[in-house]
Structure formats: structure tokens, C-alpha cells
Design a protein around this ligand. Structure first.
Ligand code: 13P
Length: 128
């Protein structure tokens, strides 16, 4: 499965905690991330992550292109709901494409935990 991991700055520590808690599940999949999120994940774990550009520099759009080309099976995107982002249109476009292509997207740690629990039961559950 191809899984995208993205976190806004104030949610990066939440992402690291989440990834560490679920490293054993995530290591069985192909991981992608926006630039800084991916770097921080690789520094904190033994996971290999394909890094796109940083979100504000086009990383969200790169992940959106993977979704549009049906190359992404699951998106974990810990958005910061309390801070406005200069690249808000890119964030909205990515989430919109998840709905267009019916890609499961978790925007907080609790929903992401539910998805990974399902993945643990069935490795291919979200594959199309
Ligand atoms: O801004 C982001 C997503 O919209 C995340 O980008 P970074 O992982 O590069 O910080």
C-alpha cells in the first residue's frame, strides 16, 4: 500500500508520536511525505520515506498528483485547524482529490489510529 504522511508544523510532534507508535505497521508499506514531515519521520524512526517538496512549496500538490493518478491508497494529514496556512488552496485541493478518488484520509490521530488498526487486520484493505 502507498501511504502519504503529512503534518503542519504545530502537528509535527503529534505525527512523530503517531508514527513511532505504529512503526511496525507502517514499515510494511511504501511511505511518502511532504518534505519536512518526511525528514522528521526519518530522523525519529528507522522508516524509509519518499519525500516530496515541502507543503508550501508544492508538496501537497505533488501528493495530489499521485492521488489523481491512483497511486496513493491512504492519506494521513494532520492539519493545524487553528493556524491559517499560506498554501491553504493546496491543502483544500489535496483533500478534495481524496474525495474525488475516494482515498481514505485521516486528519487527526484518532481517525488515523482507526485506519491503521484496520490495516493491521488486512494489509490490502484500502487497495483499489
Ligand atoms: O505544509 C504542509 C502540508 O500542507 C507540510 O509540509 P512540510 O512537511 O514540508 O512541513
Amino acid at each position: 500500500m502507498h501511504i502519504a504522511l503529512i503534518a503542519h508544523d504545530k502537528k509535527k510532534s503529534t505525527m512523530i508520536t503517531f508514527v513511532k507508535e505504529n512503526e511496525h505497521v507502517l514499515q510494511e508499506h511504501t511511505l511518502y511525505a511532504t518534505g519536512t514531515t518526511g525528514l522528521k519521520i526519518m530522523e525519529a524512526t528507522n522508516l524509509q520515506v519518499h519525500r516530496f517538496k515541502s507543503g508550501p512549496l508544492g508538496g501537497d500538490q505533488e501528493i495530489g498528483a499521485y492521488i489523481a493518478n491512483e497511486k496513493m491508497d491512504l492519506v494521513v494529514f494532520f492539519r493545524d485547524p487553528l493556524t491559517s496556512q499560506p498554501h491553504e488552496p493546496d491543502v483544500n485541493a489535496l483533500l478534495r482529490l481524496c474525495d474525488v478518488y475516494e482515498v481514505p484520509v485521516a486528519t487527526n490521530k484518532t481517525s488515523a489510529a482507526v485506519f491503521l488498526h484496520a490495516l493491521k487486520q488486512d494489509k490490502g484493505i484500502f487497495q483499489r
